[in-house]
Ligand binder design. Structure first.
Ligand SMILES: NC(=O)c1ccc[n+]([C@@H]2O[C@H](COP(=O)([O-])OP(=O)(O)OC[C@H]3O[C@@H](n4cnc5c(N)ncnc54)[C@H](O)[C@@H]3O)[C@@H](O)[C@H]2O)c1
Length: 287
């Protein structure tokens, strides 16, 4: 199926970036929907700032920036966002009830041929698909943060996703300049988070047990495994709350061995979430 128009639901951290990549690299017409004007404005401002950086580096001309912005249509109205969309990419908060509600609403207003893909990090695609009248047209499309720079998209097959749905989303991802991997079974954490979250959890445990200092834990993994940044710094970027939420899902749905460490839970209780609260393992207030 040929995709011409995309709707991105959620103009937050991920949604604004996905919208930008779709309009910039993919050349798609994109409707960007959020629930309050201030969230839409914030998302659009982040897109403009990012495009200006591309322009400053000489990667885009002023005309190209204006053309990209001309392809993006911010709206608060779900019906307006999805009624002419061929593909809807859902990037609403990681709250199962909220996402189920969003999927029901999309199902009411989207044209019959439209595919809905969720950017969820941990919620079951099959479960989201089950609240719609077209589970065969639902799959996962998991971008990485920031979507403008990170190359990978995990495309996730739900229990009923058809080959056409998967192939369309793979094709759109490639048109958006991304590399893809296919997750053949809908399983929590997909590939990357199933491997990453236990690693982050263990890094917190080492720190918490006093086995090594923060900088040595990060240095060991950077130099020993060639990661671009250490696990405790990465955790600050992702957010301790998000990491805990994913660890909880992996524990509940796959195996108790994924249980979050006490250190991770306490970071969240203390609101030491990382960059978003200014402090986590590192102090971000000066950066
Ligand atoms: N943060 C990450 O590093 C990351 C990486 C990959 C995937 N994800 C996933 O992406 C999704 C979004 O995460 P985020 O970090 O961008 O969250 P966020 O909180 O920054 O953004 C979510 C946005 O969705 C909006 N929203 C709420 N209800 C809505 C609705 N009914 N319709 C449209 N928009 C609505 C919110 O107002 C908010 O602006 C989650 O499922 C998350 O698991 C996050």
């Amino acid at each position: 199926m040929e995709v011409k128009r995309i709707a991105v639901l959620g103009a937050g951290l991920m949604g604004h970036g996905i919208c930008q990549v779709a309009a910039q690299t993919g050349g798609y017409e994109v409707y960007l929907r959020d629930v309050e004007q201030r969230f839409l404005d914030n998302g659009m401002n982040m897109i403009k700032t990012s495009l200006q950086k591309f322009q400053a580096k000489g990667a885009l001309t002023e005309q190209q920036v204006n053309e990209i912005l001309g392809r993006i249509h911010p709206t608060l109205d779900m019906k307006e966002a999805v009624q002419n969309a061929d593909l809807i990419i859902e990037a609403a908060p990681e709250i199962p009830d909220l996402k189920r509600q969003v999927f029901k609403e999309v199902d009411q207003h989207a044209p019959p041929h439209a595919i809905t893909a969720s950017n969820t990090s941990s919620i079951s695609i099959t479960e989201l698909a089950s609240v719609t009248s077209r589970p065969e047209k639902v799959c996962g499309m998991h971008f990485f943060n920031p979507p403008q720079l990170m190359k990978l998209v995990e495309v996730v097959r739900g229990a009923k996703s058809t080959d056409e749905t998967i192939n369309t989303v793979l094709e759109v991802s490639h048109k958006m300049g991304k590399e893809t991997v296919l997750v053949k079974k809908d399983c929590p954490g997909f590939i990357v988070n199933r491997i990453l979250i236990p690693a982050l959890n263990e890094a917190v445990a080492l720190y918490w047990e006093g086995v090594a200092d923060r900088d040595d834990i990060d240095k060991a993994i950077k130099l020993g495994l060639n990661w671009p940044m250490g696990p405790l710094m990465l955790l600050d970027y992702i957010g301790a709350d998000t990491t805990l939420a994913i660890a909880d899902v992996l524990t509940r749905e796959i195996d108790p061995k994924f249980h979050p460490t006490i250190g991770l839970k306490q970071m969240v209780s203390a609101k030491l979430l990382g960059r978003k609260t200014g402090k986590g393992f590192y102090d971000w207030t000066q950066k």
